[in-house]
Ligand binder design. Structure first.
Ligand SMILES: Cc1ncc(COP(=O)(O)O)c(C=O)c1O
Length: 284
């Protein structure tokens, strides 16, 4: 088993992949990306990730021609070469290689890069015991719906969280909670499951949508609506979701316990449901 890379049509061991210093992804963060998790060799929700990748590329006027079936073939081929059953697939598409000038190059092909690595899941005591988070100002731009390579505010926020010995930083914009630096957020208030509506300040999370669908299928009340910071701090339960973390209980915000500082029953139920769903995924 080995880490595999793919660059513009060629697979190779990941450490052998070379990217030009003139790549606009490197110079400007001029590109988009996705992360897909593979469970027992099955890339989860790959169609949803592909749709978001295509949308992100379109929103930044990046012409990118990869058919959905070719994309799936690429994922399966890379996974097979890597030998990983539990995999983390990173996909990045940039505006290609050109001399450094801000405006788009008149010609040139996009760079399509993928990596296939082993997925290292969170330790059980973290995923079941829950995590601490901090809140921080959302200093990002107003197109957070695009999964762009420009992640500096997320990087700085995540570092702030790490320095505070917290797992995640929750962005707050003018008193409203948007999402985590690398996750979407849910709160439970009066028994209703709430997650911020999808707009230009929030990434439309694939896991977020899946959790909403699973919860509604169980008859739970789920609403996309704004969460104020004061609502968040008084929530009965809080949890994060994302491709690599799945459903993760939050037990502390800014040093204050959520509930009694232990994961709540709705969170635990959804976590189990999500786990059962992905463990049953098959290639389709
Ligand atoms: C800012 C942000 N929000 C939300 C998510 C969760 O999205 P998904 O569930 O599609 O992985 C991520 C994942 O990387 C993210 O970076």
């Amino acid at each position: 088993m080995t880490d595999i890379g793919y660059l513009n049509g060629q697979f190779a061991p990941l450490e052998e992949i070379k990217i030009s210093p003139d790549d606009r992804g490197f110079l400007f963060g001029d590109g988009v990306y996705e992360v897909i998790r593979a469970y027992h060799g099955v890339p989860a929700f790959w169609g949803e990730h592909f749709a978001r990748l295509v949308r992100s590329a379109r929103e930044i006027q990046l012409a990118f021609s990869l058919e959905q079936t070719d994309f799936q073939r690429l994922l399966l081929s890379g996974l097979q070469r890597s030998g990983y059953q539990e995999g983390k697939i990173y996909i990045q598409v940039t505006r290609g290689v050109a001399p450094r000038e801000h405006a788009f190059p008149s010609k040139g092909e996009p760079t399509v890069f993928l990596s296939f690595r082993k997925m290292v899941a969170l330790p059980m005591e973290v995923s079941q015991g829950g995590v601490s988070v901090i809140t921080c100002p959302d200093i990002r731009w107003d197109r957070c719906d695009i999964k762009s390579l420009n992640l500096l505010p997320n990087v700085l926020a995540k570092q702030k969280a790490r320095e505070a010995k917290a797992f995640e930083a929750i962005f707050v914009r003018e008193g409203w909670v948007s999402e985590g630096a690398t996750s979407n957020i849910f709160a439970v208030k009066d028994g209703v499951i709430i997650t911020p509506e999808r707009n230009h300040f929030v990434l439309a999370g694939v896991t977020q949508q899946q959790v909403v669908t699973l919860a509604r299928a169980k008859g739970m009340d789920v609403q996309f609506r704004p969460i104020s910071i004061s609502d968040l701090l008084q929530s009965e339960e809080v949890f994060l979701v994302g491709t690599t973390i799945e459903v993760l209980p939050v037990i502390q915000i800014n040093g204050e316990p959520v509930r009694d500082g232990t994961p709540g029953p709705i969170t635990t139920t959804l976590q189990k449901q999500f786990g059962a769903y992905v463990s049953d995924l098959t290639l389709s």
